[in-house]
Design a protein around this ligand. Structure first.
Ligand SMILES: Cc1ncc(COP(=O)(O)O)c(C=O)c1O
Length: 357
């Protein structure tokens, strides 16, 4: 392809919409699914103690030996299976750069995280959608969509924005079938802490085609610092780690990752409190006669008409929610993060006023 043609093709790729505060510092943010209790004080103290001239001016060590050791201990795998990344999105891009073949088909359940589709388009691949039915991923449907042109598959577990989970057993069956067909699958476990029993990290050493991405930005609340990682078999990780961008982990993200084990209690407490609050929100939303989906993550999806308007009315009341009408496969709906009891009550109060006067 000529340079001009390439630029023309790339300029057609749409931007991905995300939640988050942007210029709304004074708003209560239910639009991005970040732990409202984070980051833990121990990490802030560590960062403060490490803002030194050397840390800022020197290149970070790129071997990342201690970081890999720490992340491996955190998820219970071997350190040679870890590929650290600048947020899990960087690892997801590494997967796409490596395995999406130009002109190939890439299966993506929809709705899901909009970045997958963009990464596939950048590589000249064709996203092939598999629609979720009532928020549930249908594995048979994924299998039916596989063709000779399929180069790889993306799957989020739990799904974003529904928060629904595919049980481990179904996923293992899928990975086994794909393994025989020689097709790699990326399982994005950005929100798996709330459904840890369904994580596939422990199986990565058994299947070379199984590649898992994990995020630390949401669960410990360090989205601004950026830290994630990939997990795959030792054989595959050796290849992917070599493809990782040199110095991709900055000195401060490294400190956080190397001390992640010290946050285990914080993570466990978060899981308990968010699960309790999710139940509270779910019941209150149902009492408002809203169609809310059961979720295994730290957010809830509400099917509701005219979601752009609901979003702007809530915005007027000081609350940010994620309008999901930009997700492929969703006509109208909003996603809300689970926050603290006090904040959740404010949201419920605002919704009640808006819907029932
Ligand atoms: C499903 C999913 N995967 C990955 C990411 C990227 O997260 P990170 O901050 O780890 O790059 C997000 C961010 O919203 C997400 O929703």
């Amino acid at each position: 392809m000529t340079y001009k043609k390439k630029l023309e093709e790339l300029s057609k790729i749409p931007q991905v919409v995300h939640g988050g505060k942007k210029n709304s510092e004074d708003k209560l943010d239910f639009s991005s699914n970040i732990n409202p209790h984070g980051p833990p004080k121990i990490l802030i103290d560590l960062l403060n103690a490490n803002i030194t001239k050397n840390k800022i001016s020197e290149y970070p060590d790129n071997s990342l030996i201690n970081l890999k050791k720490s992340l491996a201990e955190y998820v219970g795998v071997n350190q040679n299976q870890i590929i650290p990344s600048n947020g899990s999105l960087e690892f997801i891009k590494l997967f796409a750069d490596t395995f999406v073949e130009p002109k190939s088909e890439v299966i993506i359940p929809s709705p899901s995280f909009g970045e997958y589709e963009k990464l596939v388009l950048i590589k000249g691949g064709t996203p092939t959608s598999v629609s979720l039915k009532k928020g549930q991923i249908n594995i048979d449907e994924i299998l039916r969509k596989i063709s000779d042109r399929t180069s790889c598959i993306f799957l989020t577990n739990p799904n974003n924005p529904y928060g629904t989970v595919v049980k481990k057993k179904g996923l293992i069956d899928l990975v086994e079938i794909l393994n025989k067909k020689d097709i790699p699958i990326l399982i994005d476990e950005a929100f798996i802490e709330f459904s840890e029993e369904n994580s596939l990290v422990s199986l990565t050493n058994s299947f070379d085609n199984l590649i898992v991405s994990r995020s630390l930005t949401k669960i410990i609340g360090v989205a601004g610092i950026r830290l994630g990682f990939g997990v795959s078999s030792e054989r595959v990780s050796k290849v992917l780690d070599n493809m990782r961008l040199t110095w991709n982990i900055n000195a401060f993200a490294k400190i956080i990752g190397e001390n992640i084990i010290k946050c285990t209690d914080f993570v466990n407490e978060t899981i308990l409190s968010i699960s309790k609050e999710r139940e509270f929100l779910f019941e209150r939303l149902k009492a408002l006669e809203l169609k809310v989906y059961p979720s295994n993550a730290n957010f809830l999806f509400i099917e509701i008409d005219d979601s752009p308007n609901i979003k702007s009315q809530l915005y007027e009341k000081g609350i940010l929610v994620r309008d999901c009408s930009s997700f492929r496969g969703i006509d109208s709906g909003i996603r809300i993060a689970v926050r603290t009891r006090k904040e959740n009550e404010i949201l419920i109060g605002a919704l009640a006023e808006l819907l029932h006067g």
